[in-house]
Design a protein around this ligand. Structure first.
Ligand SMILES: [Zn+2]
Length: 342
């Protein structure tokens, strides 16, 4: 098992009880307080394999990870077990952010791998099962941290184009795809401009955002600072979906700008980049988007990302150098075009 991000532990004490299983929110809602009291609730909602884009399967199942603890606490349960948000058929548990509701007792929430979840469900059909949890995890308060920023000045004006990813990762694994890849690709954009001697019109700024995973703190602070300094941002793009072969760029902006970028499709096709239909952008640049800045996100192939996302398996050797660089190339291409045309 693996504790979820933000979860409290058991302060070194054993907490045990009988496990009850639910397969959906609807099923849980039907349970009375009496049925849940002093139990351990196992939310076994499977990651849907039917979406071609795996991010949709992730969004579909995410509410279980985020809300299981407080839902269980409200009905007097002892702790919550959640089936990992995983597209893999293995036994690796996936962590990730969860949230406690205000004024609700903070009980632990843990994730288990897919095969353990299946086995536990099969066992529960035959007999009563009890579980014992002893965990020393917990939130120890906040510490100051920093986003890391580098830029090359523009020859025309002071307006800014941002390219970024997030520096932090969950404590298991190395965070190689989430989001080491995005950091390397963003730095690579600047390096390419310098190496090729491209003279950019606007400031091109790499932002390695601090603490995306637990509250988007770096992204929110960046937005605030940009506002305070009255900096004009032309465009921001993030890479935070894994370092896999790029397939497209999601565009969150007005129709006119979308149309213009889509008219450049021919420049991207040689890299296998064809999908400009997504209308969302990265978490860290949301504060910029809310200030009216046109934003975008690199869209890599998503088939393997949720096999390893937020696990000890998200390691350096899982990143393919060629795929990683194609993503950097794609971001460099769009930034070059926007720098020339906006
Ligand atoms: Zn990420």
């Amino acid at each position: 098992m693996l504790s979820l991000g933000n979860s409290e532990g058991t302060s070194g004490k054993d907490v045990s009880g009988e496990i009850i299983i639910v397969k959906s929110m609807e099923e849980y809602d039907k349970l009375s307080t009496d049925q849940v009291k002093d139990k351990i609730v196992f939310f076994n909602y499977p990651f849907s394999q039917s979406f071609v884009e795996t991010f949709r399967g992730y969004s579909d199942a995410a509410k279980y990870r985020v809300t299981a603890a407080s839902l269980t606490a409200k009905k007097g349960g002892k702790f919550a077990i959640v089936r990992s948000l995983s597209s893999a058929f293995d036994d690796v548990p996936h962590t990730g952010g969860m949230r406690y509701e205000d004024k609700i007792l903070k009980i632990p929430a843990i994730a288990i791998g897919s095969t353990t979840a299946d086995e536990l469900e099969a066992l529960l059909k035959m007999q009563k099962v009890t579980a014992k949890l002893n965990s020393n995890c917990g939130m120890k308060g906040e510490k100051l941290s920093h986003s890391v920023i580098g830029e090359i000045t523009g020859k025309k004006d002071q307006s800014v184009i941002v390219v970024g990813g997030h520096l932090d990762s969950w404590d298991v694994g190395e965070g190689a795809h989430d989001d080491g890849a995005g950091i390397v690709q963003s730095i690579e954009v600047l390096r390419t401009f310098k190496k090729l001697g491209l003279k950019n019109n606007h400031i091109i700024r790499v932002v390695c955002f601090a603490n995306e995973e637990n509250g988007v703190k770096g992204g929110i602070q960046y937005g605030k600072t940009a506002k305070e300094k009255n900096e004009k941002h032309l465009f921001a793009i993030e890479s935070d979906a894994g370092g896999f072969a790029p397939r497209g760029i999601a565009l969150e902006m007005d129709e006119e700008k979308r149309k213009q970028i889509k008219s450049w499709t021919g420049l991207f096709l040689p890299y296998g980049v064809y999908n400009f239909e997504g209308k969302y952008s990265g978490t860290d640049i949301y504060p910029l988007h809310d200030m009216g800045v046109p934003t975008a996100e690199l869209v890599p192939d998503s088939q393997r990302y949720f096999d390893i996302h937020h696990t000890e398996e998200d390691t350096f050797e899982k990143v393919n150098r060629r795929e990683l660089l194609l993503g950097a190339t794609t971001m460099t291409q769009i930034i070059y075009m926007i720098d020339k045309n906006w």
